[in-house]
Design a protein around this ligand. Structure first.
Ligand SMILES: *Cc1c(COP(=O)(O)O)cnc(C)c1O
Length: 387
């Protein structure tokens, strides 16, 4: 006889909470006919630059676009090396390849899952140009150590802040340590615009380059096309890209972003309930938040103790799937993916900590959309599966 699953309907991993005020703003935007890039994009940029207390915020259609343009703004020559973590989404390393650089991985710390500054130092050569730390799951990297290394070796730093909108480190906001910070508003992130991203910087030259490269390489004045100031000719000064955010996306962001603290509070409640519930199971719960930092609580990750549980990570997530609980895997270490193996010769054994995580990690639903009974379903299902 087939046993009944914990839930009747499927709990989708990463499904966002979309409130009426967001929907109303989108409808107003459509009615305004400014559905491309226009005044709402500008407002959303101002909202983010104010929150981050930084001079420039450039809205784009993704964080991936931001990382690509950040590298181009800094200037990558063919063969320049960019050091990053293998424990990240593929976009981080793909953008290095797109910019003409060589991705060089440095292993992570097993508990924080963040890039290990000592490992960065070991990978530096005379071709190294940039370091891209990723604030994994919303936990800040060791920015003191990373910025010291960057200064000592005259390297640029681009922070991948896709998980880290709320993150702070010693009172300073993520994305403001390095030369450029890149954020994502993809549908599963803490704040969403559906698809969308933002690059932030205090550097005027980088800001101008990112703006121009993000819109066909047209001179800065081309942005004035998005106002009612009258017709202006534009000049193409680079073969740029089509990376602009639209007002439809910005409309979502404008009404989502003010809810950031409310959502953060809900994530923390769910986080604490999970921590409490999983203490005595054959899993490792996330490392504690470090002192004098703020964790953005983007991903709640468990490591399955595959020996004690006598179960692989994949068996664990398949079993949760059968209970109608959706999960995520963040991530299969990037150096184990076919492209990175075959193009750069990476292999299993190269980054033991990233591989340890890669074999064991599972992310549980953490959206502020979850009800208390959803959270209880996840907890009951995890306990049932690990019995
Ligand atoms: C989601 C994500 C990205 C890419 O963001 P998009 O906005 O989807 O391009 C980059 N890096 C990390 C770590 C991510 O999680």
């Amino acid at each position: 006889m087939k046993k009944k699953p914990i839930r009747e309907n499927y709990l989708v991993f990463g499904s966002p909470l979309i409130e009426d005020e967001v929907i109303e703003e989108v409808v107003d935007t459509i009615k305004s006919c400014w559905i491309g890039t226009g005044p709402r994009v500008n407002q959303f940029e101002n909202m983010i630059s104010e929150y981050k207390d930084i001079k420039h915020a450039m809205a784009l259609n993704s964080c991936t676009a931001g990382l690509h343009l950040a590298l181009l703004a800094i200037g990558i020559n063919p063969g320049d090396e960019v050091i990053t973590t293998p424990m990240t989404f593929c976009a981080t390393a793909n953008s290095i390849v797109h910019a003409g650089g060589v991705p060089v991985f440095a292993d992570v710390e097993k508990d924080t899952m963040n890039i290990d500054p000592e490992e960065i130092e070991k990978k530096i050569t005379n071709k190294t140009k940039v370091i891209i730390p990723v604030h994994f799951a919303g936990r800040p990297c060791n920015m003191d150590a990373i910025m010291k290394i960057a200064e000592r070796h005259r390297l640029k730093v681009i922070e991948d802040c896709a998980h880290a909108i709320e993150t702070t480190y010693k009172g300073k906001k993520a994305g403001t340590f390095g030369d450029i910070g890149c954020f994502s508003f993809y549908v599963t992130k803490n704040i969403i615009t559906g698809e969308g991203g933002m690059a932030i910087t205090d550097n005027d030259e980088y800001a101008t380059k990112i703006k121009i490269l993000g819109l066909h390489g047209m001179s800065k004045d081309a942005w004035k096309r998005f106002s009612d100031d009258g017709y202006k000719h534009y000049q193409v000064i680079y073969p740029g890209y089509k990376y602009n955010m639209t007002d439809l996306q910005a409309a979502i962001g404008l009404k989502q972003f003010p809810l950031v603290e409310k959502y953060s509070k809900r994530r923390k409640e769910i986080w604490d309930q999970y921590n409490q519930a999983f203490l005595n199971l054959p899993v490792t719960i996330p490392a504690e938040e470090e002192e004098n930092t703020r964790h953005a609580l983007h991903l709640y990750t468990l490591f399955v103790d595959i020996e004690k549980a006598n179960m692989s990570r994949d068996e664990f997530l398949m079993a949760l799937h059968k209970e109608n609980i959706g999960t995520g895997v963040h991530y299969i270490a990037l150096h184990l993916h076919p492209y990175y193996r075959s193009r750069y010769g990476y292999k299993r054994g190269d980054f033991p900590n990233a591989e340890y995580i890669s074999d064991r990690t599972v992310s549980l639903p953490l959206s502020p959309k979850l009800t208390d009974s959803d959270v209880q379903d996840v907890i009951r299902a995890v306990k049932k599966v690990l019995k």
